[in-house]
Design a protein. Structure first.
Length: 435
C-alpha cells in the first residue's frame, strides 16, 4: 500500500507543479526551499547532529505551539541538539526568527523515500516529534526501519481529517503502527485517533501545548513604543482582526463602519494570515477609500505621524502578539468565512475580550470552553460583529470580565509541555531497557 501511496503522492505533486511554479515566479515562494524539500541539507549545519531531536511543525500555528515544548526539552536536556522543520514559508520565517539562534531550522522533505532518506542521513536524529496531524507515511516508515522513535505531540484530528482517515482505515492502521506514542490534545482527539486504528495503549491525553504560550512580559515591554508608532491617543479604541482569510476583510470592514459611527477614534488593525495576500488587502482598502497605512511604512518615514488613519494593515510577520497587547477587542480571523478559525489563546494571555464567527472547527473544544465560561462572544455575521463591537465599546466592565475569564481558562489548562517531556523521558528509558 505504501507503493500505491507513493504513486498517488507523485501524481498529486505533478498536478500541483504548475501552481508551485506560478507561486515561485510571482511571490518567489518555494525557491529558497527547493533543495531542502528534496532532502539536500547542508552537512556542515548538521555536523554534530547525531543523537538530536527533530521536531516537525508544519506552519505558523504549529511553530507557535511547539515553542513551549522546545523550551521544556532544552531545560530537561540542555546539551542535546534540537532541529525544527516546517513545510510552509510562513512557518519557516517565524521559526527562523524565534529559534534559528538556538536550534537548526530547515524544510521538511517531500514524502518520497529518496528525499526522506537523504534528510534522515544528514540530521541523524535519535527521536522525532511531529506536531498535530502531520502523518507522512514514507517518512514514518523510514524512521521505523532505522529504529528512530516517532511521537505525535499536540495531536489533534479535525472533522475533515478524521473523515478522510476513516475512508482509508486499513492503510492508516499500518501508518499509525510506525509511531511509538500519541500525545493528544483532548478526549475527542483520542477517540477519533482510536477510530482510525491507533493502539489504545499508545495514546494519551496530555492537553494542548498552545495553552503553554509564553508569558507576555517581553511583548508588553514593547507596547509603549508600538502605541507611539501607531499614533494612538488616550481615547483610541483599538480593534485587532488577527489572521484574517480571503473574503473576510470586507466583512470586518463593514462591521468596523458600524463601530465608527459610535466611536470616531476607533482604529482597526487588519493582519492577514498569509503574506502573499498583503497586496490584495491593500488593494481592497484603497478601492474602499479607507484611510489606511501599512505597518511597513510606519517607521520608514513614508507614513507621516499626523496622517489620518482608520485602518492599519499589518504587512509584517511576528508582530501580531504585540498588537494584541494594545487591543481593546480582538476578532479571531478565519471564523467569518468557512476556514475553521484560528488560535484564541494569544489574545487571552493579554486578558483581551475575544470575538469570533461561526467557523471555529479547528478549535472547536477550545472555543466551546470559552463560550461556556462566558470568556468570548460568538457572532454569526458581519452585522452582529459590528453590533457587538459597539456594545463592547460602551461597556468597559464587560470587556474586563471577558478578558479575565479567558485568562483564567488559559492558566487552568497549562502544563502540556511538561507532560510531553515526561513521556519522552519514559519512552526513551523503555527503549534503552529493551535494547
Amino acid at each position: 500500500m505504501h507503493l500505491l501511496y507513493s504513486l498517488v503522492f507523485t501524481a498529486g505533486f505533478m498536478a500541483a507543479l504548475p501552481y508551485f511554479l506560478f507561486q515561485a515566479l510571482l511571490h518567489r515562494k518555494y525557491l529558497a526551499s527547493f533543495w531542502q524539500r528534496f532532502g539536500l541539507l547542508s552537512k556542515a549545519a548538521f555536523s554534530d547532529a547525531e543523537g538530536g531531536i527533530w521536531i516537525h511543525a508544519v506552519s505558523v500555528g504549529e511553530v507557535l505551539a511547539v515553542l513551549p515544548l522546545v523550551q521544556a526539552v532544552q531545560a530537561r536536556w540542555p546539551g542535546r541538539r534540537l532541529f525544527l522543520s516546517t513545510a510552509t514559508l510562513t512557518g519557516q520565517t517565524l521559526a527562523r526568527k524565534k529559534l534559528a539562534a538556538e536550534i537548526g531550522v530547515f524544510y521538511f522533505p517531500l514524502d518520497w523515500k529518496f528525499t526522506v532518506r537523504k534528510s534522515l542521513n544528514t540530521v541523524q536524529p535519535s527521536l522525532v516529534l511531529i506536531a498535530e496531524t502531520e502523518l507522512w507515511p514514507n517518512f514514518l516508515r523510514e524512521c521505523r526501519t532505522r529504529a528512530i522513535p516517532v511521537i505525535l505531540v499536540n495531536g489533534r484530528l479535525s472533522d475533515r481529517s478524521v473523515g478522510r482517515y476513516r475512508a482509508i482505515k486499513p492503510f492508516m492502521q499500518r501508518v499509525l503502527k510506525d509511531l511509538v506514542f500519541f500525545c493528544m490534545q483532548t478526549e475527542l482527539d483520542r477517540d477519533r485517533l482510536l477510530s482510525v486504528g491507533a493502539d489504545p495503549a499508545k495514546v494519551d491525553v496530555v492537553g494542548n501545548l498552545k495553552y503553554d504560550v509564553a508569558a507576555p512580559g517581553l511583548v508588553e515591554s514593547k507596547a509603549d513604543a508600538y502605541r507611539q508608532l501607531l499614533g494612538l491617543s488616550a481615547n483610541s479604541f483599538v480593534i485587532v482582526a488577527g489572521s484574517t482569510m480571503k473574503g473576510e476583510e470586507a466583512l470586518v470592514l463593514a462591521a468596523f463602519e458600524t463601530l465608527r459611527q459610535a466611536a470616531m477614534e476607533a482604529l482597526l488593525v487588519i493582519a492577514p494570515r498569509h503574506p502573499e495576500r498583503f497586496r490584495e488587502v491593500e488593494k481592497l482598502l484603497a478601492e474602499r477609500a479607507v484611510a489606511f497605512v501599512k505597518r511597513s511604512e510606519l517607521n520608514t518615514g513614508v507614513a507621516k505621524a499626523n496622517q489620518k488613519r482608520e485602518v492599519v494593515l499589518l504587512d509584517s510577520m511576528g508582530e501580531l502578539a504585540t498588537l494584541y497587547a494594545l487591543a481593546d477587542v480582538v476578532f479571531i480571523g478565519g471564523s467569518l468565512v468557512p476556514t475553521g478559525g484560528h488560535n484564541i489563546l494569544e489574545p487571552a494571555l493579554f486578558r483581551k475580550p475575544i470575538l469570533f464567527g461561526p467557523s471555529m472547527s479547528n478549535f472547536r473544544e477550545m472555543s466551546e470552553d470559552f463560550l461556556h465560561e462566558q470568556a468570548a462572544v460568538r457572532v454569526e455575521n458581519w452585522a452582529e460583529l459590528g453590533d457587538e463591537l459597539v456594545r463592547l465599546f460602551h461597556d468597559a466592565g464587560r470587556r474586563q470580565r471577558l478578558g479575565d475569564r479567558g485568562y483564567a481558562i488559559l492558566m487552568a489548562n497549562r502544563g502540556a509541555a511538561g507532560k510531553i517531556v515526561d513521556r519522552i523521558a519514559h519512552l526513551e528509558q523503555q527503549c534503552k531497557a529493551g535494547a
